[in-house]
Design a protein around this ligand. Structure first.
Ligand code: FES
Length: 247
């Protein structure tokens, strides 16, 4: 008879003691999710290519030094991963502390209050204090870009996770956004023209959907101060005419 066709290769790993079998090449973060463990994250999403910039998803792997990012590290057969240890807890709190030290402290009046992943992750990692000065280096004085009629861009609230940049390229295929500069000077930019309306942006809203903070906010949310219900049909602000289906 014909030999059985080999199925896709899988590997079995242990996440916090729970065995899980996943396709080869799966990230530790996804394998952990499969096993029922959500690893804290800010720059990774279920749909975008992993980028590995926020360093919140660090894990420990038995027999290895260091704490690799679980969103960009693929599983390997027999790997034993720990996602919650005192060392990881401390590292994650340190990362969040740095983010918050460079972020406006206006949660209570912010349009994203209650719908903000930075806020959520502060709680998840148990951030209790911010020891660093509030220098405002990260464009806290930068002016909002309100040139687009459908959404605002507030650089002061940006954590440079690049989710908007990746969404623009991967979801929309437009590549209107880039990250300019390095360190504290790095910022999301809609190109040399600086304003969204003068850029390649087609107002598809993929960047707004991808933003974990209030940096990119739909106008209705900014004006009304509450999230709107999203109906999957031709987006009100979209000039592209893609094929989202009404449910
Ligand atoms: Fe992995 Fe940001 S979620 S580095």
């Amino acid at each position: 008879g014909t030999p059985a066709k080999p199925g896709p290769a899988t590997v079995t790993v242990e996440i916090d003691g729970v065995p899980v079998t996943v396709p080869e090449g799966t990230s530790i973060m996804r394998a952990a999710a499969e096993s029922g463990t959500d690893i804290p994250k800010l720059c990774a999403t279920d749909s975008l290519e992993a980028f590995g910039s926020c360093r919140l998803c660090l894990v420990e792997i038995d027999g290895r030094k260091g704490t690799p990012a679980s969103c960009t590290t693929p599983v390997a057969e027999g790997m034993r991963v720990r996602t919650q240890t005192p060392r990881l807890e401390k590292l994650r709190q340190g990362v969040m502390e740095l983010y918050i030290s460079d972020h406006p402290l206006d949660c209570l009046t912010c349009a994203a209050n209650g719908d903000c992943e930075l806020q959520d992750m502060s709680g998840v990692v148990g951030l209790r204090q911010v020891r660093y000065g509030y220098e405002g280096e990260n464009h806290l004085d930068a002016e909002k870009d309100t040139s687009n009629p459908y959404f605002d861009f507030d650089p002061a609230k940006c954590i440079v996770c690049s989710r908007c940049v990746r969404a623009c390229g991967e979801v929309q295929g437009t590549f209107a956004l880039t990250i300019e500069g390095r360190g504290f000077d790095s910022k999301v930019s809609p190109g040399a023209n600086e304003l969204f309306m003068d850029s390649e942006c087609v107002s598809c809203g993929a960047c707004v959907q991808a933003c974990p903070t209030a940096t990119l906010q739909e106008r209705s949310v900014v004006d009304l101060g509450m999230p709107t219900r999203t109906v999957l049909t031709t987006c009100a602000y979209c000039g592209v005419g893609c094929s989202f289906k009404a449910e």
